[in-house]
Design a protein around this ligand. Structure first.
Ligand code: ADP
Ligand code: MG
Length: 237
């Protein structure tokens, strides 16, 4: 079984009892849109994993979150659900442009996130795009990126668009997700991430997920998150 434990710095009570949805065990108990509930159900997602139970109630309230849980613990849905719900609640539409950016260390992981987004976001009218290196059609991509609502990116390609694409406007960004933050840093992207974060509006919500909580992850958290909830889920061995 999974147990939830607190890192030293964190505030008491991983699950804040003042949160009405704090004890929720199944997605059905959360205040999610019918469109999301339908997408989850269709993909046979009913019970939340530990990191989902611990983090989603906070993320849905708009808080910054640092979530640490080992590989395979369901971190993707822990950020995709709050991202979709935030844009849905704001009635985000095609004309509103980039509302969420999800940064992933590798193309393969970005593909997986994008697949999951398509599955659970199926009943929403939000648009999404995959911005990853190695693709030759950067020029075509440049014509479209500004009109996509949710971007799943690798760090280099995102920064390239921020620097080179004239109508790529992130000033309305609502949510930034840094996924697999430890791997992003291990791969030497910390400079790229700092350059990206420096260009983004400060009013956004930021969700940072990582398999491990290293010193460099904490440094990145300090730079990119505001007053975050620290949620760590450890498997009992
Ligand atoms: P992580 O990012 O923590 O490594 P993933 O988000 O990739 O983990 O999820 C790992 C696997 O668990 C995926 O196959 C995913 O479909 C599945 N999964 C995630 N959340 C749930 C859930 N609530 N119920 C059942 N399976 C889930
Ligand atoms: Mg993951």
């Amino acid at each position: 079984p999974l147990a939830i434990s607190l890192p030293v710095e964190s505030k008491p009570g991983v699950i804040d009892v003042s949160q009405p949805y704090a004890g929720a065990k199944v997605f059905e108990q959360l205040p999610l849109s019918q469109n999301t509930k339908k997408g989850l159900k269709e993909n046979k997602y009913s019970h939340m994993t530990a990191i989902q139970r611990a983090s989603i109630p906070h993320s849905l309230c708009g808080r910054d979150v640092l979530g640490a849980a080992k590989t395979g613990s369901g971190k993707t849905l822990a950020f995709l659900i709050p991202v979709i719900e935030k844009l849905f609640r704001l009635r985000w539409s095609r004309d509103d442009g980039v509302g969420a950016i999800i940064i992933s260390p590798t193309r393969e992981l970005a593909y997986q996130i994008f697949d999951e987004l398509k599955k659970i976001g199926k009943y929403h009218s939000l648009s999404g795009g995959l911005l990853i290196g190695g693709r030759k059609d950067v020029e075509t991509e440049k014509e479209h990126v500004g009109r996509l609502n949710i971007l799943v990116c690798t760090p280099g390609r995102l920064l390239q668009h921020m620097d080179e694409t004239p109508d790529f406007d992130c000033t309305q960004l609502q949510v930034l997700v840094l996924d697999e933050a430890d791997r992003i840093l291990d791969m030497g992207f910390s400079g790229t991430i700092n350059a990206i974060v420096a260009q983004l509006n400060k009013e956004r919500q930021t969700l940072l997920f990582s398999a491990t909580q290293t010193r460099s992850v904490q440094d990145l958290a300090r730079l990119s998150l505001q007053d975050p909830e620290y949620l760590a889920v450890h498997a009992e061995s």
